[in-house]
Design a protein around this ligand. Structure first.
Ligand code: FE2
Length: 137
């Protein structure tokens, strides 16, 4: 899979959120390296866990402050992502699947999520968050 390069079209217009999304891209790209070298994919998954915990709670707090109407639906999609991540960890510890295959499906999921979630759901809240609380100020 080709590495993802940050593009300004991914920007939601909020500096800290963009930086966190760039971290997600870095994690997806690290999976590519580890997969090729037979490296420690589990450590990437654990970094991803920490990343999303911090990122989702930051995003949710911005939406709460702005009184964003679709907050519950957005929270739900974060919850689904976290549940998916738990299922990945279980797949690893069960040892049923080859780590290369797991890394491959994790990459596909993340890339798809990056496009759909960031480009659609995150873009949807950004204008209201910027107008109401101006997080970059
Ligand atoms: Fe989000």
């Amino acid at each position: 899979m080709a590495k993802i390069i940050w593009d300004d079209s991914y920007s939601v217009g909020i500096t800290k959120i963009d930086q966190q999304h760039q971290q997600l891209i870095d994690i997806i790209n690290r999976l590519e390296d580890e997969k090729r070298s037979g490296g420690v994919i589990l450590s990437v998954i654990s970094d991803l866990s920490h990343y999303v915990k911090e990122h989702f709670s930051y995003e949710e707090s911005l939406m709460e402050q702005a009184g964003y109407a679709d907050l519950q639906a957005h929270k739900q999609s974060h919850k689904e992502f976290s549940q998916w991540l738990d299922s990945v960890k279980i797949a690893y510890s069960s040892g049923y699947a080859e780590s290369y295959d797991i890394a491959e499906s994790v990459q596909n999921y993340l890339q798809d999520w990056l496009l759909k979630h960031i480009m659609v759901s995150d873009m949807a809240y950004s204008e209201q968050v910027i107008n109401k609380s101006n997080p970059d100020a």
